[in-house]
Design a binder for this molecule. Structure first.
Ligand code: UTP
Length: 304
């Protein structure tokens, strides 16, 4: 190794583990999600969750833990080998679909833990404590899709390496919508897309919200979050909230930064956003995109 390539020991090592909570009940999507995990609902022809796993892998996170629960067994099946299906596709000479089926089982080194009862996102992240150990790690929510042309996670990992502590993803939302999110109270830094967090409030009403910066489903967290979560009691909705754990880190004086995301993001657990994700990604596809766009233009014009 040359002198120039030697890592700087005073800077934290980049995260290499990702935790993906997928144990939620998905009540906003009932009855579709009664037996099918919402994270496996297809966005065109790929489950929402696979886009998220691909994003983690692209960002260099090679070890991945899914926090699953009852009724979510199909998630492990999706990322496992399917020898009978593969043999059938091989026999038919369907190389493209064979490659697609194999791809999802070769994406990452994947681990699974069960949450037991879905007692909130903070509780889900706590189940990852022994997998994560004493390392900085990323959390990607299993229903929060970031367009793969917009690099958010990579930027967050860079900011964490440069500044230490923890990093959350922030989205500027209309004030009328802030009550659906965790909301950050912030101070400026030397970089225009990076804020230093001074507080975090879960789902505030518009008139008391400290900003219009909403926390969305990507986090790079210090392992100190586990102690903070263990000390955090149930918050909004009787659930152990991840935002309350992060707020405890801020109150202990640990640095927490926010990276503002200005790209395309879809909450696939929300029916309207889910439909937008499908339309947006479908019109841009090389195979079905041109025909779909022609139909859509006619539909919007009232002709279809
Ligand atoms: P959501 O709050 O969007 O999931 O959590 P939910 O509770 O399933 O949704 P609704 O409101 O009932 O429709 C974001 C992510 O965190 C996971 C979910 O599976 C989702 O991917 N989650 C949430 C857990 O793993 N455990 C929990 O206790 C809560």
């Amino acid at each position: 190794m040359t002198q120039a390539a030697r890592p700087d020991a005073s800077r934290p090592a980049a995260a290499r583990k990702a935790v993906v909570p997928v144990a939620g009940l998905g009540t906003r999507f009932l009855p579709a999600t009664k037996a099918v995990p919402k994270e496996l609902l297809p966005v065109v022809d790929k489950p929402a969750l696979q886009y998220i796993v691909e994003e983690a892998v692209r960002a260099g996170l090679s070890e991945l833990l899914m926090v699953t629960g009852r009724g979510k067994e199909a998630i492990a099946e999706h990322f496992d080998r399917q020898p009978e299906l593969e043999a059938a596709l091989e026999k038919k000479g369907d190389a493209a679909r064979l490659s697609a089926v194999r791809h999802s089982s070769q994406l990452a080194q994947m681990h699974f833990v069960r949450q037991g009862d879905p007692q909130g996102l903070g509780h889900a992240v706590l189940q990852a404590a022994s997998f994560v150990g004493d390392e900085t790690f990323a959390v990607l929510l299993g229903d929060d899709l970031i367009d793969d042309r917009d690099r958010l996670l990579e930027r967050m990992l860079d900011v964490q390496v440069g500044r230490g502590g923890s990093v959350v993803a922030l989205l500027e939302v209309p004030r009328s919508e802030i009550s659906k999110y965790g909301c950050a109270s912030v101070e400026a830094t030397s970089e225009d897309d990076v804020w230093s967090l001074t507080d975090l409030v879960e789902k505030p009403s518009a008139d008391v919200a400290p900003s219009n910066l909403a926390v969305i489903g990507r986090y790079v967290l210090s392992p100190t979050i586990f102690d903070a979560l263990r000390e955090t009691g149930p918050g909004a909705g009787g659930e152990i909230q991840l935002t309350d754990g992060i707020r405890a880190l801020i109150r202990r004086g640990e640095p927490v930064h926010g990276v503002v995301f200005r790209g395309r993001r879809y909450d696939t657990g929300d029916r309207l956003d889910y439909l937008k994700a499908i339309v947006r990604l479908a019109v841009e596809r090389d195979d079905i995109g041109p025909d779909f766009r022609t139909w859509l233009d006619g539909f919007v014009a009232g002709g279809a």
